[in-house]
Write a protein that binds this ligand. Structure first.
Ligand SMILES: [Zn+2]
Length: 303
């Protein structure tokens, strides 16, 4: 049995063919390589045909920003230029004549953690994806929390401050993403170093931290403080066994994890101290957690 997993991101799309246990082969392509959605489907068709596996694919799982399990669509994903609403499930199942499941990318990351990663023994946990945006996949009582419209887990657009001058891409002010995502880290850095004239990236700030630049180190510690507060809020609400941190920013955890732990411990309700673990996801190093997570619904019935 072969399954196709697709992880659609704003920058890269990752494809992977899996059997029941592991990735058999995979590929990463630039998202902006495809000017429209049909071009993307044709590319996948060709790729599978070249690998001589086109007719052996039994099901397709897709993880995407704003991907909705119930409707099978992506709606108003800010980093995708394929139109306001794309019906992924319908298009893929028509083209390939196999069952298709769509999840949002953070939920796919949580499914990967549960079935391929370090959350195997946990019934209640949260996976935070930190990258261009901030997402979360939440497991409660051994089930992925979807919400009534399939939109649960949008922690990136909960407010950390209502007096903030930081305006979010969603139109609100003070969202978590303005403090903890890649653009959040850049804004934190500009707090300490206002003289920068060139275009900053989070990656550049990590490189500056590597060289012990004080502004970069302080910016990442501040990011850790914000993340610690976000996690303490989540612990107060969900009382999970563990919080996993994943995504590109998780790779730089050595610069902010101490602050996360201290700030979380300080802000969590005293009765909840020592009830949780904060874990850097070991799957984030593979880069293919989203691909693995997207095929989980076909491997396990309990989804
Ligand atoms: Zn927002």
């Amino acid at each position: 049995m072969y399954l196709l997993g697709i992880d659609i991101g704003g920058t890269y799309i990752k494809l992977g063919v899996c059997d029941k246990e592991k990735l058999v082969f995979s590929e990463k392509v630039n998202t902006n390589k495809f000017s429209d959605f049909n071009e993307f489907i044709c590319y996948i068709d060709n790729w599978l045909t070249l690998k001589n596996i086109r007719d052996k694919i039994q099901s397709i799982g897709i993880g995407a920003p704003n991907g909705n399990y119930y409707t099978g669509t992506i709606e108003e994903a800010p980093n995708l230029k394929w139109g306001k609403k794309i019906n992924l499930r319908e298009s893929f199942s028509k083209h390939f004549s196999v069952p298709v499941v769509v999840h949002n990318d953070a939920n796919a990351a949580a499914l990967a953690e549960k079935y391929f990663g370090d959350a195997k023994n946990f019934t209640d946990f949260i996976v935070l994806t930190l990258g261009t945006g901030v997402g979360s996949g939440i497991f409660v009582n051994n089930k992925l929390l979807l919400g009534v419209n399939g939109l649960a887990g949008e922690v990136g657009h909960t407010a950390l401050s209502i007096e903030s001058k930081r305006k979010c891409t969603c139109g609100k002010i003070g969202c978590v993403e303005e403090y903890i995502s890649e653009r959040g880290i850049i804004k934190n850095y500009l707090n300490f170093n206002k003289k920068i004239k060139y275009n900053l990236t989070a990656e550049l700030i990590f490189k500056k931290a590597e060289k012990n630049e004080l502004s970069a180190l302080r910016a990442l510690q501040l990011t850790g403080n914000y993340l610690g507060i976000l996690i303490s809020n989540l612990i107060n609400i969900f009382n999970p066994q563990a919080i996993f941190i994943t995504g590109g920013i998780a790779m730089a955890h050595k610069y902010f994890l101490d602050n996360v732990l201290a700030k979380c411990n300080e802000n969590v309700l005293p009765i909840l101290r020592k009830t949780y673990k904060i874990i850097i996801s070991s799957l984030s190093h593979t880069g293919y957690a989203g691909v693995l997570g997207s095929v989980v619904p076909f491997l396990y019935e309990n989804i």
